[in-house]
Design a protein around this ligand. Structure first.
Ligand code: KIV
Length: 263
């Protein structure tokens, strides 16, 4: 197993795992010093490409973005989402995961659970491919958002699902929008770390979409904390630039190029 992934496993019950999403080099470079892993999430379909869901994102799309992210990653683990429809059979999953790894040099891939695809994980792990699981609200398979794990029966089923994912060999698992009770029970029972998104602080780590915490996406449900308002900062800068151009204040003499120096 990859050394960096081993380190993540050792964090269970000791220290919290920090992660965020990135879709490009410049953002990844900023996250790298502060995250245990960076996910190139298929949420880019909504956040970047303005799609209603994540279903149309292609393997080529995610590989292109992951290649860019890789350029900004040095210390963190790079995890890449496998888009919907790219891991329908064990053979297809291996071919496509290998393609992602070869092109992006990522350390792991993430696949969403449809409550049946445990064999896919097992087969990937048998081929030495590190896999992160994902249960709860799994946008590739669920039409409508709902908080899961609200009844004992639901918690029992989610626990069973997560144990099967662990047994299949996943090195960690994302719990998306589970009740605090479900997150607590699953985190306690599993040997592998749980990474929560909208699933309370009982998880071993947390992940959020970077554009959401920076105030770029315009998507701020209750489980998100907005740490900055980049929309406002960017707008202010662009407004200033626009004014300067119109008033002929930019470019000024100091921005003129003369001779051979460009800096
Ligand atoms: O696609 C994504 O960004 C994700 C995270 C929200 C976990 O799967």
């Amino acid at each position: 197993m990859n050394k960096k992934i081993k380190k993540i496993l050792q964090k269970k019950n000791k220290s919290k795992i920090v992660s965020l999403t990135a879709y490009s080099k410049n953002i990844a470079k900023i996250l790298d010093n502060h995250c245990d892993f960076i996910l190139v999430g298929d949420s880019m379909a909504n956040v970047l490409y303005g799609q209603k869901n994540t279903h149309s994102l292609s393997l080529t799309n995610i590989i292109q973005h992951a290649k860019s992210v890789k350029l900004g990653v040095n210390k963190s683990i790079l995890v890449v989402d496998m888009p919907k429809g790219t891991y329908n059979t064990p053979r297809e999953a291996v071919i496509n995961a290998k393609l992602i790894i070869k092109n992006t040099e990522c350390e792991a891939v993430k696949i969403e659970s449809n409550k049946k695809n445990f064999k896919i994980i097992k087969n990937l792990v048998n081929k030495n491919i590190s896999v992160m699981g994902h249960i709860g609200y799994t946008p590739q398979y669920k039409k409508r958002f709902r908080i899961e794990g609200q009844t004992n029966k639901e918690i029992h089923n989610l626990l069973k699902e997560s144990l099967l994912i662990e047994k299949a060999g996943a090195f960690s698992i994302v719990l998306e929008c589970l009740s605090p009770k479900a997150a607590k029970i699953i985190t306690k029972k599993l040997k592998i770390p749980t990474i929560g998104i909208g699933s309370s602080s009982y998880c071993d780590g947390q992940i959020l979409v970077t554009d959401d915490i920076l105030g770029l996406s315009g998507f701020y449900p209750k489980f998100i904390k907005k740490y900055a308002n980049l929309n406002r900062i960017i707008e202010k800068a662009v407004k200033k630039y626009s004014r300067d151009v119109k008033l002929n204040k930019f470019p000024s003499k100091k921005n003129f190029l003369n001779g051979t120096k460009n800096r």
